[in-house]
Design a protein around this ligand. Sequence first.
Ligand code: NAP
Length: 341
Amino acid sequence: MQINIALSGFGHVGRAFAGLLAEKHTDLTRRYGLDMRLVLAANSRGAAHDGGGLDLKFLESLAQGGELADMPGFTEGLTGPEAVALSRASVWVEATPSHAKASFEPGMSNIKKALGDGMHAVTLCKGPLVHNFAEIMGIAQAAGTKVKYSGATAAALPTVDVAVNSLAGSRITSIEGILNGTSNFILTCMEREGLSFAQGLAEAQRRGIAEPEPSLDVEGWDTAYKLLIIANTLFEKTFSLSDMAVEGITRVGAADLKEAGNSGGTLKLVGSAELRKEACVLKTGPKFLPFEHPLAGVSGTTKGIHFVSDTMGPLTVIGGYSNPRGAAAAALKDIISLYML
Ligand SMILES: NC(=O)c1ccc[n+]([C@@H]2O[C@H](COP(=O)([O-])OP(=O)(O)OC[C@H]3O[C@@H](n4cnc5c(N)ncnc54)[C@H](OP(=O)(O)O)[C@@H]3O)[C@@H](O)[C@H]2O)c1
């Protein structure tokens, strides 16, 4: 089966995604019978388009660096809903910045247009789902299309897929997640080397793990966005950010971590959802985890999620690469599952 894919966003993740399509094209066709072609790739300047499929070898070379504008078929200024309409793709992949706190464009308009035009959407971009989860799902349902978002919910760490597929039929009563690799790396450095928050952040920036502007990660927002999307998927109610207390790790000090250790545990930035009677309490912030807690040993940029359900009990998933290739692979997995499950 031929699957025409359009890709919005050609940064770290977009390039890795294009590279994976090139690298795995033969394998995906052989194993799944899916002949995936990239018919459009867009960045903020414009888009390259070829209805028969862009040159995968050229794309693979671009994945190592180079300008999308050098691609044959690149049109300056072709972005947004105009690019969606032109693509006539089967799947729209959104890999533009998340900006969930400030704005949710261009992702929101692109995804709505793509779903309305009969395409499935796979998004790594959290903003649209954080702000308009119910609206997006409603558009998809009305159009008979699907939305997948592993890349927006901890990417290479499976979260929603585990809960929806592996815990199907169970009632999930609590979720705890270490969902942000950057914050977890900083806390790990602070704990192991007795560093202050500022020193831990500087080390994460020196290693290229933390962004020069790290507030989304260290103030807890990235964790909160992921938790919100997961909760909106799994619980029968639509929550918004205002339903959640959000605190980051900026006020955690080396002394707090030492004290936690002396008390038989550790401090982690945890996004949690707990079902209490009919209400669900959502929270993001530093949390004391006793050493025997399954997430207490999750260190560095590693992420993890712990579910408790009524019929299958506690279940923990830990790992997955916290990098653009892992995120791109999660989007690829979503596309495969659109056609195989
Ligand atoms: N990096 C990761 O490991 C990771 C992991 C999981 C999820 N994510 C999510 O994946 C998304 C992409 O992350 P990234 O690291 O690849 O970001 P990035 O390197 O900043 O790339 C963003 C891309 O979006 C393009 N863009 C910006 N505005 C646009 C517009 N109006 N129309 C079309 N394209 C536009 C940029 O264009 P230019 O190239 O012209 O600037 C760039 O190509 C984000 O939502 C992020 O939260 C990332």
